[in-house]
Design a protein around this ligand. Structure first.
Ligand code: NAD
Ligand code: UD1
Length: 328
């Protein structure tokens, strides 16, 4: 059985669909801090499977022990955590406490119950400002905000744990920019309040909930002056987890991206074209902390896992909008 922490969230829920397609049995722990209970019903509708759900905080060791006592858990995919960069700057202690405490508690309980297989959600943010592109897994690591630091610290904790006990199989996945939604239109990304990330913002301008998209800078040294990122469809990202699970051995680290950069303007233009909508936009100053360009080298994940992203930017734009239109 696979324990999916944070399984009601955006990436966790999409990964559960792929796990069930591959005949894995799944169990979810989530504290609803950034998700809704109804996701479990939608997962049932999509997969036809009843999925056991524990509404519980991973920092609650007693509750977690009980979950491990009651279920035969072979592997854990650990998505749970807070993820908003700006909020992490305002509330660093809340971010360190939640992301690190929950991970330490989880690892202690895993060790206690002889569960040694773990996949961890890291982020391309751990590469800081890369010296060259594409970004390879062995590039130097650094961070510029508390959220990124929690990812870097947890990576180090996992590396130290592996050295101390090499019964562990630990895979660290560094995600680039996940967007898109399940093709059913039932699941997708639903951030609370005003979104910080580009795709959720574009979608809200398309639905009329927000008036104008601010493009943060048009004077970067990129193809059209706007920021370039490696957007990956969340369903492709989810498949990457299944391949990682099937290839666990020792400590492994992989980028999950497409290897292709797309600029803000290119993404907006594609969104307008495939969805036949107009996005009001204006050029605004650069956002503090942003880098000009970022995209992954995907060679290692391809060679060792057979992972290759398949969905296009068109798919990502269509599916992101489709979810929000269906769930307004
Ligand atoms: P999300 O917020 O949608 O999902 C995280 C889930 O974890 C939520 O359902 C939340 O309720 C739950 N959670 C948080 N703290 C918890 C705790 N202490 N106990 C139990 N449940 C808890 O986020 P997501 O976009 O699905 O991201 C999943 C993981 O991937 C996160 O660790 C995030 O940092 C990482 N990541 C995300 C992105 C991205 O762009 N979405 C990029 C890189 C890395
Ligand atoms: C952000 C986080 C990163 C995190 C990632 C995934 C920052 C500085 N970085 O990355 O740590 O891992 O999300 O959650 O917050 N843009 C606009 N207008 C907007 C929003 C964004 O022009 O309203 C631009 C940005 O300047 C950037 C691109 O769109 O060039 C993508 O931005 P975003 O979706 O926030 O992702 P990242 O900045 O890559």
């Amino acid at each position: 059985m696979i324990l999916v922490t944070g399984g009601l969230g955006y990436i966790g829920s999409h990964t559960i669909i792929e796990l069930i397609k591959n005949n894995y049995e799944v169990l979810v722990v989530d504290n609803l801090s950034n998700s809704k209970r109804e996701v479990i019903d939608k997962l049932k509708k999509i997969t036809g499977k009843e999925i056991p759900l524990y509404i519980s905080d991973l920092c609650d060791k007693k509750a977690l022990r009980q979950i491990f006592q009651d279920n035969k858990i072979d592997s854990v995919i650990h998505f749970a955590g807070f993820k908003a960069v700006g909020e992490s700057v305002e509330k660093p202690l809340m971010y360190y406490r939640n992301n690190i405490d929950s991970t330490l508690t989880l690892l202690e309980v895993m060790e206690e119950f002889n569960c040694f297989n773990m996949i961890f959600s890291s982020s391309a943010t751990v590469y800081g400002s890369p010296k060259s592109l594409p970004i390879k897994e062995d590039f130097p690591l650094s961070t510029t905000n508390p959220y990124g630091s929690t990812k870097l610290f947890i990576e180090q904790i996992l590396k130290d744990l592996y050295v101390s006990n090499n019964k562990f199989n630990i895979t660290i996945l560094r995600y680039f920019n996940p967007i898109g939604a399940d093709e059913s239109g039932l699941l997708g990304e639903d951030p609370r309040g005003i979104p910080n990330n580009l795709m959720p913002y574009i979608v809200k301008v398309a639905t009329g909930e927000l008036e104008t998209l601010s493009i943060f800078g048009d004077d970067y040294d990129t193809c059209d002056g706007t920021g370039v990122r490696d957007y990956i469809h969340v369903t492709d990202l989810a498949r990457g987890h299944v391949l990682s699970l099937k290839n666990q051995h020792g400590l492994r680290i992989y980028n999950l991206g497409t290897g292709h950069g797309t600029s803000v303007l290119e993404l907006v233009n594609t969104f307008e074209k495939v969805n036949n909508v107009k996005i009001n936009k204006k050029i605004a100053p650069r956002r503090a902390g942003d880098i000009a360009e970022c995209f992954a080298s995907c060679d290692k994940a391809f060679k060792e896992l057979g992972f290759k992203a398949e969905k296009t930017i068109e798919d990502m734009c269509r599916d992101s909008y489709n979810y929000v239109k269906n769930n307004k």
